[in-house]
Design a binder for this molecule. Structure first.
Ligand code: ATP
Ligand code: MG
Length: 576
């Protein structure tokens, strides 16, 4: 049964708009969520959602739920509290590091607050799925997650408590996983399209979640913390952590010369050395020393002088967790008989990782492991050895690894990520099914996350102006607000009540601003909050004419009351 739309009198609402946001808010979505009274900070990275904010959040969730259900996924709800034992079984109790919020109960049993739920869902399916006939299955939830982020910031973008839609697919084999993954990929495209977001899908690193295939869904935005590298010619697109480029064969086919020790007093940086020796930065190789906390050993990482090391690629090469790689200290470097600023691979005797570009270079300049000296004409394999990997950060104008055209770069906000997990969790947690011969076969898994609250911020980043938020109609907290210039005036009150009551019988969600305040004050509030349509009743109330303002374009239309009612009804009926 349909009870009509939602109607609200502004005098009865919790409208907590602010003139100013706190200083710590520097990006638009953070500033506007606070100023519009949608959220309030409790402690760093933890927020309360006020009524207007929650209405929009619920609408975003409903779109996600709708598309997940259409894709045949089944919604459940699991606890944020997770027992240590399951995390030990997967090996992540140790590996996840300080971001995991851990606690003990009164019996000294250890738990964590879930940052993600692979272990829980794997264990659940292990216990509930009795036959391979029940596979494939995809389970999802919308639930609060906890991560003790080093630097919680930007409001809902990087919280310590946030809301995630997470789902997990369970298939008989690799081929099934590929189908489940493809379906989720398409479902995410539908979700972000319905949310009106301008986004790009990129290849991604798998990080602490693991597995061997992944994509991220990025909202394009200058405030994004991710760099997207992409090619306009062949559609290659990857997150900066994962992005690859063609090797620049700057030094190919050069005859190897004799190595020489040269005095470079106090010249430590690549810039200083290239200036002093009058060489291109591309002739010099950067030698960075890191400590691998997993085995406590030092590691030398080498990239060309004009390049930067990509720590994620180093972590993957070493097969360790993100928090297990730290830069070495000056003391660490003395310990290996070298000097800060003069480190090099020749005679160093520690594990050495060489960027693939360096492996092709000849007659390079490196530190001599001797204070104030560098070596020139050093050659890989002849003078030093190491394991070769892709270790460098890709930059704009590097060439596409697929088609060789110049790469472009853009900033993005990671709203969602999907992973092919394979048997990474089902093997250790013994989540198996029996094949026809009675063998226990590990279930092949995928996992799929959307940061719901971060997505809400991303929408604001892409939809705002100097006056405030511009909510797309389908997720606005309310569709329309009626602002009487003076609600005490009989004609104006009559007109306002007429439209309000007529829309009450429809699906339109409507506010009547019956507050005792100046019209200018009211308009400011609704523009800040981002209500898509503002109907003003005033000057021409005697002619049954109102003014309808579209929040996005700020365009104003003069319409009869009935025309305004029809217009709004139609817009709301067309919501997808
Ligand atoms: P990031 O690299 O930004 O830290 P992540 O890759 O660790 O994120 P996932 O584990 O892939 O995140 O989590 C799924 C989604 O949850 C992310 O795509 C993102 O939208 C959201 N998310 C992750 N961390 C946070 C956070 N601290 N605050 C808000 N949303 C988050
Ligand atoms: Mg991610």
């Amino acid at each position: 049964m349909f009870y009509g739309g939602i109607t609200m009198k502004a005098s009865k609402m919790l409208i907590s708009t602010l003139k100013e946001a706190p200083n710590e808010a520097i990006i638009s979505s953070h500033i506007l969520l606070i100023r519009a009274g949608m959220i309030r900070k409790l402690v760093a990275g933890v927020y309360n959602y006020l009524p207007l904010g929650l209405r929009t959040l619920n609408k975003i969730e409903n779109i996600i739920i709708d598309e997940m259900d259409r894709a045949g996924a089944l919604q459940i709800l699991s606890s944020a509290i997770q027992p240590k034992e399951l995390w030990e079984a997967s090996g992540r109790w140790q590996k996840y590091g300080p971001e995991l919020m851990r606690f003990k109960d009164r019996h000294n049993r250890e738990f964590c607050l879930g940052p993600t739920h692979e272990e829980i869902f794997t264990d659940l399916v292990k216990n509930e799925i009795k036959s391979r006939k029940n596979l494939p299955i995809n389970l999802y939830q919308i639930q609060t997650k906890y991560r003790d982020e080093l630097r919680p910031r930007f409001g809902l973008m990087r919280g310590r408590e946030f809301i995630m839609k997470d789902s997990y697919s369970f298939d008989l084999n690799e081929e099934g996983l590929n189908q489940s993954y493809e379906l989720m990929y398409k479902t995410y495209e539908k979700i972000f399209t319905r949310l009106g977001i301008d986004y790009k899908v990129v290849l991604a690193d798998t990080g602490a979640i693991g597995g061997d295939g992944s994509h991220q869904f990025m909202a394009l935005s200058d405030v994004g913390e991710s760099d997207i590298i992409y090619c306009e010619h062949c559609n290659y697109a990857a997150d900066e952590e994962k992005a690859q480029a063609k090797i620049d064969l700057y030094h190919d086919n050069i005859e190897e010369k004799t190595m020489e020790l040269v005095l470079t007093p106090n010249k430590k940086t690549i810039d200083e050395v290239s200036d002093f020796l009058k060489l291109n930065k591309k002739d010099i190789v950067k030698s960075m020393v890191y400590r691998n906390l997993a085995n406590n050993e030092l590691v030398l990482v080498m990239v060309r002088g004009d390049r930067e090391v990509n720590p994620i690629k180093v972590i993957n090469a070493l097969k360790i967790a993100e928090h297990e790689l730290v830069l070495a200290t000056a003391e660490d470097i003395l310990e290996i008989h070298s000097f800060e600023g003069f480190v090099g691979p020749v005679g160093l005797n520690i594990k050495t990782l060489v960027d693939e570009e360096v492996a092709y270079m000849h007659n390079i300049v490196v530190g001599a492991n001797k204070k104030d000296y560098h070596l020139t004409c050093v050659n890989f394999k002849r003078d030093f050895d190491g394991e070769v990997f892709d270790l460098r950060i890709v930059s704009k104008n590097d060439l596409c690894p697929i088609c060789g055209n110049p790469l472009k770069m853009e900033k993005g906000i990671e709203m969602g990520q999907i992973f092919k997990l394979g048997t990474k969790y089902s093997l250790p947690l013994k989540c198996t099914y029996q094949d026809e011969l009675g063998n226990n076969i590990p279930i092949v898994m995928g996992c799929y996350g959307i940061g719901v609250t971060r997505t809400m911020s991303s929408i604001i980043e892409q939809n705002h102006d100097e006056f405030g938020i511009i909510w797309p109609l389908n997720i606005a907290p309310y569709h329309v607000v009626i602002v009487p210039i003076n609600y005490e005036d009989e004609l104006i009150k009559k007109g306002s009540d007429y439209i309000y009551n007529r829309l009450n019988d429809t699906k339109v969600e409507i506010i009547l601003d019956d507050r005792e305040a100046k019209p200018g004050f009211k308009f400011k509030d609704w523009e800040l909050i981002g209500i898509p349509y503002i109907i003003t009743i005033g000057r021409k109330a005697s002619e049954n004419i109102c003014e309808l303002k579209k929040r996005r374009t700020l365009e104003k239309l003069e319409l009869s009351y009935d025309e305004a009612i029809e217009f709004i009804k139609k817009q709301v009926e067309n919501i997808k």
